[in-house]
Write a protein that binds this ligand. Structure first.
Ligand code: HEM
Length: 475
């Protein structure tokens, strides 16, 4: 870490806003059709890329319903109906979609991400405080040291070295989450193995799980061969090994999520079972790794295409940090860096579709919703709804700093979801993303490799394709 002392200076938002943008930069999005194609075409499109199924009207609508065979799909696309669905109607609409549950249950068991009702309520109370915003300050030194390691690694690659920015960010965030969950040393030792297990698992699940979409009964056995069982076994045994060695790690006095889980007690004073601890550790690893990695990869891409945003970012980093490595205390002063992350999450929300299954009959916006219907909030659509945002497809971080910019209330900007099931790692993820961008962009400029065609693709999460070739240039 660099130790030179400098007084933190906050770049005034007015100064940032004063720099004239070059011209509007519209980053890529899939073709939007005007007339809805037949359902089979939609299913074909969805299998390849969930983002490609939406037409112009879907972006502008408030509340739309589609019937896909026997299942009714309702899309909420304005803050008032999102609020009704995810906040007011939480009790009835808290259940994740069957596709999500079936895809993740073998790995996450009854973990927070896919449980509901009594199990979810109990677990949320125990797990959320362990990664809550108030704990992030304690995790920040691990984040900063891990990002510094990446910076040093990049410096060793030399001027103009080519890297896959998507894989680089996935590696960085996996190391960070691994070291915060399992403790610095155990995290370092086991990160690669856990990452491989998760990637292997993801390769074999298919979010579109057509069976469930077509409304086939949930008890119908689905084919899950050795392909799924092997990575699950591997991850389970690594987690068991880590939990067993926790006692040793505790002697070093390190803070870790797994320590928090082992020491947690429910309202009746009971500890979590071994199964529950394994499931929740897997949830936090899965939920907290790829989401942040994709956000950072998209941010590098967007910055590489917008000279104005890049200059403003570098200006803020140079002024606020003066060449010093940021600490947790600097995060609140990096307002443009934060705006870049917020704008990235608006344009390319890592979780582009939030889906729930109605557990009983209800209504949204006066429309009757039958039990078993799928209720969707689609950040990909709502974040680009022209009724809510000005120039919705343009990359413009300043909109998050300018109080006069046209933007919706908190129910219209939901990269972390909203309501009682809001991301439990919101502050963790935001801090991690801001620190990563600050530390790396302070020293490096990343350029997109010539001839690279970047397109957003969504399967489990929204990514810039399979890889993102970029070159490193020191500043
Ligand atoms: C930029 C980074 C992140 C984004 C965009 C993000 C987004 C989300 C979203 C959209 C959900 C709700 C999913 C749904 O309703 O289907 C969620 C849930 C969750 N996230 Fe995050 N997340 C991020 C980082 C993290 C991190 C770093 C952690 C952990 C340290 C984390 C832990 C969780 C957990 C535990 C849940 C389940 C909450 C529940 O169901 O009660 N997330 N996240």
């Amino acid at each position: 870490m660099t130790n030179s002392v400098s007084v933190p200076v906050r770049v005034k938002d007015a100064e940032i806003l004063a720099v004239e943008p070059e011209e509007d930069f519209v980053p890529p999005y899939p073709f939007r059709y005007e007339k809805t194609p037949p359902v089979w075409t939609l299913i074909g499109l969805a299998k390849r890329n969930f983002l490609a199924i939406w037409g112009l009207e879907d972006f502008q609508s408030r509340l739309r319903s589609k019937k896909i065979f026997s299942r009714e799909l309702i899309v909420c696309n304005r803050p008032d109906v999102v609020r009704e669905a995810f906040q007011t109607n939480h009790e009835i609409l808290q259940r994740k979609s069957p596709q999500m549950r079936h895809a993740l249950e073998p790995l996450l068991g009854d973990g927070l991400f896919i449980s509901d009702s009594e199990t979810w309520t109990k677990r949320r109370k125990v797990v959320a405080p362990i990664i809550h915003g108030s704990r992030v300050k304690g995790f920040a030194p691990i984040m900063i040291d891990t990002i510094e390691e990446k910076r040093i690694e990049w410096a060793g690659l030399g001027e103009g070295a080519e890297v896959d920015a998507l894989a680089e960010m996935a590696h960085l965030t996996a190391e960070i989450i691994s070291r915060t969950i399992f403790g610095r040393q155990l995290g370092k030792n086991y990160a690669a193995e856990v990452v491989e297990g998760f990637s292997d698992y993801q390769r074999h699940i298919n979010q579109t799980d057509l069976f469930s979409l077509l409304g086939l009964p949930e008890w119908l056995p689905r084919f899950r061969g050795r392909a799924i069982k092997n990575p699950v076994k591997r991850i389970t045994s690594v987690l068991d090994e880590i939990i067993d060695s926790y006692e040793l790690q505790k002697e070093n006095g390190e803070a870790s999520v797994i320590g928090g889980l082992l020491e947690a007690r429910d309202e009746d004073g009971n500890p979590l079972s071994r199964d529950a601890i394994r499931s929740e550790a897997a949830v936090i690893f899965m939920a907290g790794h790829e989401t942040t990695a994709n956000t950072l990869a998209w941010a590098w891409y967007l910055l590489s295409q917008s000279g104005t945003a890049r200059r403003k970012l570098q200006n803020e980093l140079d002024t606020v940090l003066g060449g010093r490595t940021p600490t947790f205390a600097d995060v609140k002063n990096l307002s443009f860096t934060k705006a870049v992350i917020e704008e990235t999450l608006r344009l390319y929300p890592p979780v582009p579709i939030l889906a729930r299954e109605a557990m009983a009959n209800t209504t949204i916006g006066g429309k009757p919703i039958a039990k078993g219907s799928l209720v969707l909030v689609v950040p990909w659509l709502m974040h680009r709804n022209p009724v809510l945002w000005s120039k919705p497809d343009v990359f413009e971080p300043e909109r998050f700093l300018n109080p006069k910019a046209k933007k919706p209330n908190k129910y219209g900007y939901v990269p972390f979801s909203i309501g009682p099931r809001i991301c439990a790692g919101l502050q963790f993820g935001m801090t991690e993303a801001i620190l990563s961008l600050a530390i790396l962009a302070q020293k490096f400029d990343l350029k997109l490799k010539d001839g690279t065609n970047v397109q957003p693709v969504a399967r489990l999460t929204l990514r810039p394709g399979e890889n993102l070739p970029m070159t490193l240039h020191s500043r």
